[in-house]
Design a protein around this ligand. Structure first.
Ligand SMILES: Cc1ncc(COP(=O)(O)O)c(C=O)c1O
Length: 398
């Protein structure tokens, strides 16, 4: 461990189980640590670095913006908000956007929209359907919506008003909400990220859309991790041909600059009125420029198609190299959001992969997660497999 890393730890709160690595710079899908060691980055800052590192079009645009105006305040109009909102509206088929700074903030805003949507209809104690294994953030409310008891532990009492159901089971949600007039919304990830790369089936999403319409519920889809082109469409739910009423976004939207957004369709767009919600930093000119340029560059460089094509290549190569091993339960996911589920906890693989020059993550204890930048090439995908497969083989043979 370098002196720099040791010196960094005593004053930073001990909230992460960190690897003994400090990254210094990046280029494309590669990063280098303070000791000059190179890594292939299959984590992308946990699905954040859409354009990779030091993108030649993004960096000058951000530099220009920083020199012009970083932050003002929402006392004033921010033209970048209108521009980024117009892009998101066009890509989503929805109608209005609220800007914030992170995934949990976007989800908090969505939960507030759902509650007020209910209260405006005369429902005093609105309830929201959420899912097993879901992850929506670490604030008190988004943590309560999260379906992982480990994350709740030590932070009770949880926020009330959530009904939890299993994934992909339309009868279960019908039963859980039977005769309950207080339900106002359903809230879920199209592909659960932290929960272990668990996709909602397209047919289930269509049934759920119909159920929301039948019951007058808001369909709220947390696309914080699976959205922004990662699966090969702008938003993962678009594979099912549905449109949600509320869609929180963050992570990949700013390609590394913190920015969150809640996109709303006509049923939800006017729920929040002046004084109901706000944020100091949300929608600042720098964050808006990051979002605008990220989308523009993605379009220019065909990154949706790239995510779909290289993702399919990566999945097939993983299947080929690992699919036959008895300890590999499933290789799943779509585009550049892939998970390899093993039959045992595999946390130690994180450090071993880093030693072998590969950054990735392990989630839900036993799922190796790959969420690289959307600029990944097929050659880089092959390199991921070449570095990862021997480690997994050796681990399973222990
Ligand atoms: C689906 C989903 N929602 C919300 C969040 C929380 O986002 P943030 O860490 O930006 O608050 C995450 C983070 O992993 C996520 O994956």
């Amino acid at each position: 461990m370098s002196a720099l890393i040791e010196a960094a730890s005593p004053h930073v709160m001990n909230t992460y189980g960190r690897l003994p690595i400090a990254l210094e710079r990046g280029q494309g899908c590669r990063v280098w640590d303070v000791n000059g060691k190179e890594y292939l980055d299959a984590l992308g800052g946990i699905a954040v670095n859409t354009l990779g590192h030091n993108h030649p079009k993004l960096v000058p645009a951000l530099q220009e913006q920083i020199a012009k105006l970083i932050h003002c305040s929402n006392y004033y109009h921010v033209p970048g908000q209108e521009q980024l909102a117009a892009q998101l509206v066009e890509l989503s088929g929805m109608s209005n956007v609220f800007f914030c700074n992170s995934g949990l903030e976007a989800n908090e805003a969505a939960l507030k929209i759902a509650r007020k949507f209910g209260v405006d209809k005369g429902i005093a104690k609105p309830q929201i359907v959420v899912y097993e294994k879901a992850f929506h953030g670490r604030s008190i409310a988004t943590m309560s919506a999260t379906g992982n008891p480990k994350i709740h532990s030590g932070f009770g009492p949880l926020v009330e008003g959530f009904i939890r159901v299993p994934l992909n089971d339309i009868d279960a949600i019908r039963q859980a909400t039977e005769g309950n007039p207080d339900v106002v919304a359903v809230f879920f990830e199209t592909i659960q990220g932290e929960g272990g790369i668990n996709p909602m089936r397209a047919e289930y999403l269509r049934q759920l859309r119909a159920l929301c319409d039948e019951r007058g519920w808001l369909m709220m889809i947390d696309e914080v991790q699976c959205g922004m082109g990662r699966t090969g469409k702008w938003f993962a739910h678009q594979w099912a041909g549905i449109v949600p009423d509320v869609m929180p976004l963050a992570k990949g939207l700013g390609s590394g600059v913190p920015v969150g957004a809640v996109v709303a369709g006509p049923r939800a767009a006017n729920v929040l009125q002046p004084g109901n919600h706000g944020t100091t930093f949300g929608g600042n000119p720098l964050a808006m420029r990051a979002g605008i340029e990220t989308i523009r560059i993605m379009q220019e460089e065909g990154l949706l198609e790239n995510a779909a094509r290289v993702g399919a290549h990566l999945k097939a190569a993983l299947q080929n190299a690992l699919g036959h091993l008895p300890g590999v339960k499933e290789i799943r996911g779509q585009g550049l959001m892939l998970g390899i589920e093993l039959d045992r906890p595999c946390g130690p693989l994180l450090g071993r992969a880093a030693e072998a020059g590969l950054l990735m993550s392990v989630t839900a204890d036993s799922v190796i997660r790959l969420v690289p930048a959307l600029i990944l090439t097929s050659a880089e995908a092959d390199e991921i497999v070449a570095r990862l497969a021997p480690l997994v083989q050796a681990f399973l043979a222990e």
